[in-house]
Design a binder for this molecule. Structure first.
Ligand code: AMP
Length: 215
């Protein structure tokens, strides 16, 4: 099964992605995580994108297409993938559709997690992310700011600072909505209410996936 997950930064997309890949045995392709790891590792890709990530801007379509081609081509059709954070522009959607044609693959489900803007800004201002493993937590639950997973330091992500959050939301509205529209010309995009506990949102997504599987 191949799934695309849309959702603004702070919509809970990463949390839901983790739950879906676990229950469906899919390969999780988070372009944000891949890029952040490249920056941490100091690879050529990391050096190339570091300042773009810190500014909350989008990495170029050509870099992203090269990355996604490499990653998707390495995942077996039997396993399937979940894309989290890609496509984010109209050209990335078009590029993805062409790539899938070439590979003889399709998208089984496209899910859009919707949360309104005020709620997103509120959520992101309390979000901490582990420097080492990328785990996400909330400020008040991590008084000593040590990661429960790997004992790394939990910090506000450079691109989660309030002014950068607003910029990322603006970019999301301007660039990622059109990306969704391009995909919607080929596939149904199912809009899910992203307000509620992670379990509630996961149940909404699961019922859409079941309907698709039964169709
Ligand atoms: P995310 O964790 O998905 O919010 O991504 C973090 C950052 O990585 C974004 O603000 C962009 O700078 C970059 N990024 C991730 N995915 C993409 C993409 N598909 N296109 C361009 N830039 C991306």
């Amino acid at each position: 099964m191949n799934i695309i997950l849309f959702g603004a930064p702070g919509s809970g997309k990463g949390t839901q992605a983790d739950l879906i890949v676990e229950s469906h045995g899919l390969k999780h392709v988070s372009t944000g995580d891949i890029l952040r790891k490249a920056v941490r590792d100091g690879s050529d890709l990391g050096n190339q994108v570091e300042s773009t990530l810190a500014a909350g801007e989008l990495v170029s379509d050509s870099v992203m297409m090269d990355l996604i081609r490499r990653v998707i081509s390495d995942i077996s059709v039997e396993q399937g993938w979940l894309l989290d954070g890609f496509p984010r522009t109209e050209d990335q959607s078009k590029g993805l559709l062409t790539l899938l044609d070439e590979l003889g693959e399709t998208v089984d489900a496209a899910i859009d997690i919707f949360v309104d803007n005020d709620e997103i800004v509120r959520r992101l201002s309390g979000r901490l992310t582990c420097d080492e493993c990328g785990r996400v937590g909330v400020a008040e639950n991590n008084a000593n700011n040590t990661c429960r997973n790997c004992k790394g330091s939990m910090r506000v992500r450079r691109d989660d600072k309030p002014e950068t959050v607003l910029k990322r939301q603006k970019i999301f509205r301007a660039r990622t909505r059109p990306a969704k529209d391009v995909l919607a010309q080929e596939y149904d995009v199912h809009r899910i209410d992203g307000v509620g506990t992670p379990t509630e949102v996961a149940q909404r997504i699961q019922s859409v996936l079941e309907q698709i599987n039964q169709a």
